[in-house]
Design a protein around this ligand. Structure first.
Ligand SMILES: Nc1ncnc2c1ncn2[C@@H]1O[C@H](COP(=O)(O)OP(=O)(O)OP(=O)(O)O)[C@@H](O)[C@H]1O
Ligand SMILES: [Mg+2]
Length: 355
């Protein structure tokens, strides 16, 4: 049932055997009919991985399977794959409708039908009334939507996207990512989707693969990657997190300053780190907690506050250093200088390897 499978794939560009590997032995599956995003910093190997799925680059070692078939040595034409590139070069001498219909025409679809299907795809990406324009007569965002329509119109078994929405404004990005996700689910497409944007990845994915320097740092569902990052790198890459040094105790708990945490998994005693999402903090009154002598609160002084419409961002000073807190409690805003006691909720706190 596997759509795409990588088995221990490496990639080195060029003939120099001492050149560094762009991809260092990665294994993963993109189950048929699901969407996987590949996320990671610039140069970590995302585009290289997509190009190997497309057959545009061949692995230096390892194997690639599609639909259960070994395609490692097959070229792009022998794989039912369509790719939307990071640089979405349109044919400059063709107008919009010709650009979108080109792939259909190449695969033998009659002109009238190709035009009709191209028009439908353009409507799907919200680009109506531009059929006769040349790419040079479009904005960057409009060109990107033409490129997206051009990839979608072919309805291939496997669709690959390399940062398809990077030139669009925030609102259009959201609309287009919903469109891509809806289309993927309706047609049960197998999609690999590269992005820099972790909120985009969280919103559209069945599976997220986080890459770092050519290796897979972690893969799993959006909930797993955001809620249970296994390393400081993944915690920091999948959204905001403040990372604190902490100490794992012999009894299995973790001491974070005055706070005591119960990690989800067993950790050996010694130095660890704790990654905390800004929404994991609970803000309590300074006095009440001190009187209760709970011993599980972190005294804090508010340094700065910012109102973001649906939430507040607070910067506290504590004995653990600066603590960044997001609060959706709009009814009792705090003012700079306010004293509080911080504690941690169950979600958004991860113990990751130290020191
Ligand atoms: N054609 C090439 N020849 C030699 N090295 C290359 C080639 N293409 C990519 N590389 C190198 O391989 C590594 C991975 O590149 P890749 O394009 O896959 O990164 P990426 O994750 O897509 O980055 P970005 O987010 O900037 O697009 C980089 O170190 C890059 O310099
Ligand atoms: Mg890239």
């Amino acid at each position: 049932m596997n759509g795409i499978e990588f088995r221990n794939v490496t990639k080195r560009y060029g003939a120099d055997k001492n050149a560094p590997l762009a991809v260092k032995g990665i294994s993963f599956e993109v189950p048929a009919g699901t969407l996987t995003t590949i996320l990671g910093p610039s140069g970590c190997g995302k585009t290289t991985t997509l190009r190997m799925i497309a057959g545009l680059e061949s692995p230096t070692s390892g194997s690639i399977f599609m639909g259960g078939r070994d395609v490692t040595t097959l070229g792009p034409a022998e794989r039912n794959v369509s790719m939307m590139f990071q640089s979405y070069a349109l044919f400059p001498h063709m107008n919009v409708i010709e650009n979108v219909g080109y792939g259909l025409r190449m695969s033998g679809v009659k002109k009238d039908e190709a035009t009709a299907r191209a028009r439908e795809a353009l409507r799907g990406v919200g680009l109506v009334g531009f059929d006769e324009r040349l790419p040079s007569e479009l904005s960057g965002g409009q060109q990107q939507r033409v490129a997206l329509a051009r990839a979608l119109v072919l309805e291939p078994a496997v669709l690959l996207f390399d940062e398809p929405l990077s030139n669009l404004d925030a609102r259009l990005r959201r609309e287009m990512r919903e469109e891509i996700r809806a289309l993927q689910q309706r047609l049960k497409l197998t999609v690999a989707y590269v992005t820099h944007d972790q909120s985009e990845a969280l919103a559209v994915s069945d599976q997220i693969i986080v890459m770092d320097h050519g290796v897979i740092a972690q893969r799993g569902t959006p909930e797993q990657l955001y809620g249970r990052p296994e390393s400081e790198f993944v915690a920091g890459f999948m959204g905001e997190a403040t990372v604190f040094p902490a100490v794992a105790q012999a009894d299995g708990s973790v001491a974070l300053g005055p706070l005591r945490l119960q990690p989800r998994h067993a950790v050996a005693p010694g130095s660890v780190k704790v990654a905390v999402r800004p929404e994991a903090w609970r803000i309590g009154a300074a006095d009440a907690d001190a009187e209760a002598g709970a011993g599980n609160g972190l005294p804090a002084t508010l340094r700065k506050a910012a109102y973001l419409g649906s939430f507040y961002e607070y910067g506290f000073d504590t004995t653990l250093g600066p603590v960044f807190v997001v609060s959706t409690d709009l009814s009792r805003p705090l003012a700079a200088g306010a004293q509080a006691t911080l504690s941690l909720g169950a979600h958004g706190v991860s113990v990751v390897p130290g020191p």
